[in-house]
Design a protein around this ligand. Structure first.
Ligand code: HEM
Length: 307
């Protein structure tokens, strides 16, 4: 398997105790003494010099402290330096674009929640207030409103990419299933968010949406009753949609995106269908699996030809 050469980690970010000690009397490329030897030895340093040195090391010490207790650097190294198959292209950015759209929705949503009132009598007025009086309110509201459509479009494009590239096949079936749940939850976000301005359009569109849900087999009528939260669409429906939109679904999406990303890192990325796996140099079954070629001829774990 070809070895990837990892970029050298700059000395500055490596905590002092873990740095390679400089060879006695050694100099750097410019013929100067290494940084550690430039300052006076500890016994000859003034109190201020010692404090300055400690302050310089503080951020790195904090990182090292956290790292020793979490092992985060191992995880981050595995994630950031993971192998990517040859031939990956812009279509592979659609998942990250969907993630970015979700983050934008989460951030703008938090700011909107600071001014929105989820009450049947005040919801519309609070949205008008956001749009007309709150500084940058119209921008943040606009980003959230249009961002929801962007996220829905991106998630479908990302799903299309994974489908047409065969990324749903073994061993990524579970990630596909998680993706399907993410798709349903994203649509739920778009649907429940639509009612929140509580204007004529959102009111009647939500009635249509709830009735469509009611036509589903077996669970349909229960689902529409649950969503309506009463005999007619009204104040209780708005509270229910707000709770689903603000708490229930975002929490589930965050948890599932975590699982989705874990599996992406663990399983690697699928090579594009037109990239042929390299012929293994040693014709042993283990070597074949390593190169991503299974005995049935299917592309394997995506670790095949790496860029
Ligand atoms: C909130 C929604 C989603 C986010 C944030 C998300 C994010 C990502 C990211 C960042 C990747 C890795 C990069 C890439 O291949 O694009 C990925 C891979 C993947 N996603 Fe999603 N995804 C979402 C929804 C979905 C949906 C709806 C499906 C399918 C039903 C899906 C199925 C997959 C699969 C199978 C992979 C592995 C791709 C491979 O191995 O080449 N994801 N996802």
């Amino acid at each position: 398997m070809p070895k990837i050469s990892l970029p050298k980690i700059p000395d500055k970010v490596v905590p002092a105790p873990l740095r390679k000690p400089a060879k006695p009397g050694s100099t750097d490329a410019k013929g100067q003494a290494p940084q550690d030897l430039k300052s006076a030895p500890p016994e000859r340093q003034t109190h201020v010099q010692k404090l300055t040195d400690q302050a310089k090391e503080a951020p790195v010490d904090v990182l090292a402290w956290v790292d020793q207790r979490t092992g985060a650097s191992g995880f981050l190294t595995g994630m950031l330096y993971r192998k990517v198959p040859k031939g990956t292209n812009w279509f592979y950015t659609l998942g990250s674009a969907t993630l970015f759209a979700f983050i934008v929705q989460a951030v703008t949503g938090v700011f909107l929640a600071m001014f929105y009132t989820p009450s049947a009598t005040q919801a519309y007025a609070s949205i008008s207030h956001i749009n007309n009086e709150v500084p940058l309110g119209a921008l943040v509201h606009g980003m959230h409103k249009w961002g929801s459509s962007v996220m829905v479009i991106l998630i479908f494009l990302h799903m299309g990419r994974t489908f047409f590239f065969g990324a749903y096949k073994y061993p990524r079936e579970l990630n596909w299933v998680i993706g399907v749940v993410l798709l349903i939850l994203t649509m739920t976000m778009a649907f429940t968010g639509y009612l929140l301005p509580f204007d004529q359009r959102s009111f009647w569109a939500s009635i249509v949406g709830i009735n469509i849900n009611g036509t589903g087999p077996v669970v349909g009528p229960y689902l529409s009753d649950f969503l309506r939260a009463g005999p007619e669409l009204g104040a209780t429906t708005l509270s229910r949609f707000y709770a689903i939109h603000m708490l229930l679904v975002p929490g589930a999406i965050i948890a599932l995106i975590g699982a989705h990303m874990y599996l992406v890192v663990k399983l690697g990325t699928t090579a594009p269908p037109w990239v042929k796996a390299e012929k293994p140099k040693v014709a042993a079954p283990v070597a074949q699996l390593d190169a991503g070629v299974e005995s049935n001829g299917h592309r394997g774990n995506g670790s095949a030809p790496t860029a």
